[in-house]
Design a binder for this molecule. Structure first.
Ligand code: NAD
Length: 194
């Protein structure tokens, strides 16, 4: 029997269209959450249909979370629909190029950091005013064991940044009743990226 640990809670999942984000969204739906599924890919509509088939609410937000404007739009949509965000799961990220560091171009390095650090920075910043005002909230950042791995230095640096902001934000907002944690995911079986 599935526990209903998220009954009535408003949960935002970023990068929900596939992979870990999709799996998290479906499990949250089974456990009673009301979801906001954020992704820039059209595929997220399919996940919304799967969530709804499980009997849960799913609002889709098609945004580019490499931008502050996208993060602002996501949180505004969540607040307009549900009036609050109880849990934010920052899942957007992922290595784009795996290769020795000296082979990365400056453009590739910037693209990796934009993919794997900025979405979490932007979304935390966007959601905090609501959580601080209500003196409660939970943020879960999806990090990686790759902070100590080779051939993906810009990704490792980005996830190291995610870990640093997780610890620092947790301390900054403990007195506001906001918990901030990260999971350092290892190699995860997921269907090939679509
Ligand atoms: N898959 C693994 O083995 C593994 C291991 C360690 C950590 N992780 C981490 O887990 C998280 C999810 O990984 P995954 O493999 O499931 O990813 P994935 O590539 O399968 O899915 C990521 C989703 O994020 C979306 N996305 C990407 N950039 C976006 C943007 N700018 N705005 C909005 N949506 C955007 C994509 O469209 C996609 O649907 C990432 O943070 C990754 O670094 C994954």
């Amino acid at each position: 029997m599935s526990a209903r640990r998220f009954e009535g809670q408003v949960v935002v999942v970023t990068g929900a269209a596939q992979g870990i984000g999709r799996g998290v969204a479906l499990e949250l739906a089974r456990e009673g959450a009301q979801l906001v599924l954020a992704d820039r890919a059209q595929l997220v509509e399919e996940v919304a249909a799967e969530v709804q088939a499980l009997g849960a609410l799913a609002l889709v937000s098609r945004v580019d979370l490499e931008t502050w404007a996208g993060a602002e739009q996501l949180v505004a949509a969540a607040l307009a629909a549900y009036g609050r965000v109880d849990v934010l799961i920052n899942n957007v990220g992922g290595t784009i190029w795996a290769q020795p560091y000296q082979e990365y171009t400056p453009e590739q390095i910037e693209a990796e950091v934009r993919r794997s650090l900025f979405p979490t920075l932007w979304c935390c910043r966007a959601v905090l005013p609501d959580m601080v005002a209500r003196q409660q909230g939970v943020i879960v950042n999806v990090s990686s064991i790759a902070t100590r791995s080779i051939y993906r230095i810009p990704y490792a640096a980005s996830k190291g940044g995610v870990n640093a902001m997780t610890a620092s934000l947790a301390m900054e907002h403990a007195q506001d009743g906001i918990r901030v944690n990260a999971v350092a995911t290892g190699g995860t079986e997921a269907p090939p990226r679509r």
